[in-house]
Design a protein around this ligand. Sequence first.
Ligand SMILES: [Fe+2]
Ligand SMILES: [Fe+2]
Length: 473
Amino acid sequence: MSIDYTQKIPNNVQLSDDKQLQRALEKWQPHFLDWWKEMGPEGFQQKDVYLRTATSVDAKGWASYGMTKMPDYRWGIFLADQVPDRKIGFGDHMGEAAWQQVPGEFRSDLRRLIVTQGDTEPASVEQQRLLGQTCPSLYDLRNLFQVNVEEGRHLWAMVYLLHAYFGRDGREEAEELLQRHSGDRNKPRILSTFNEPIDDWLSFFCFTYFTDRDGKYQLKMLAESGFDPLSRTCRFMLTEEAHHMFVGETGLGRVIKRAVEVMNEIKSGDPAAVRGAGAIDLPLMQKYINFWFSSAQDLFGSDTSTNAANYFANGLKGRPDEDQYQDHVAKDATYEIEEVGDDGSIKTVAIPLRNAMNVIARRAYIKDCDIGVQRWNRVIKKAGVDFALKLPSERFRRTVGVYAGHHFTPDGKPVAAAEWEARKYGWIPSPDERAFVKGLMRQVTEPGKIAGWIAPPDRGINNLAVEHEYVRL
Ligand SMILES: [Fe+2]
Ligand SMILES: [Fe+2]
């Protein structure tokens, strides 16, 4: 279904057929724009940026590209096409027709799921608002803004559902999504990770690789939902999300590529020498991976969760790629997770499968994270460098779930709190190392030029040259 761009709010949901809803959303639209101008990318609002805009929800050829000032971006409401006769694919309502309206008994659960997802979208824009000032190239600057405008569109996606299906409560929630702000002491964003500023580009690439990927998995689970409008919304968001994963994976890959180039140039793998030559050494990359991977895993919630069990039982939130499982009801099955004793000893216990949905999703996420790590390792190997990056143990540095309150090394060995404190900066970036990374971040905006700590991309955007002037300053 193609998207109607003649409307004030571009959409493929026949918004003009529902005047009341259209009016409500047109009232919200200027509030969104005020938020964007105040909390969106600082310093570039009046610049032309080479952005892609969705023009249809087909997997092929769904977007068009052009120079746009960000406040003029056509944020809109795009749902994936309806699957005819779609049935609920899991839980106690398995096989029943998917819901086109919100079932009364699940109203507050669904609203909470939508608001929590919706809150992360503008939060990430707020977290990243100063990054443009230290961009390593125009290509990267453009990618940052593309991610930002699409996170803004994801907010629209959730706000549409709130307005269209949750009446007055939904409209109030939509307003509050613009009133909470990342890091605001009085009205913070809902999830704590989304209240930390992302103020250097290495953290931005880690965020898009690890944290956005949690988002991908949340969307995959919601795309399974029995509430059909939510499923369709999330399916299309996943199309956009793929670019965010790309920015993270290639961004980190280019930092790693630059590190091994420098190592070969100076004929030394000594981290101090690599840093002296203006690159980020591989052991420090490992520490950033350890840090971001562990914090992103906490976003999946407790390993054993009655909320997750209820969402699954009620058909609200499935497993990522629910199709690939055999048993979609999961009623009497069990799943093995670890339990940590007071002395740090670990034993395996079986819990009801439905209660284990968070850990099942988290482990699928871990596998997905590892794909990029293996790709980066091939770059390192190809350069003739003897070093391999790896994801730390799922036990490492957790504050949510069964491992919280205990201390483990990146290899998953239990250690006492004192030992953890003494050794932690061997595993995660120290304040000095963070300061070093920040010190590398200087704005490069000459077309085709690139900062010294990162390799150029293999190719440009939409078949354009790497040197293209992606942002006109
Ligand atoms: Fe998003
Ligand atoms: Fe994203």
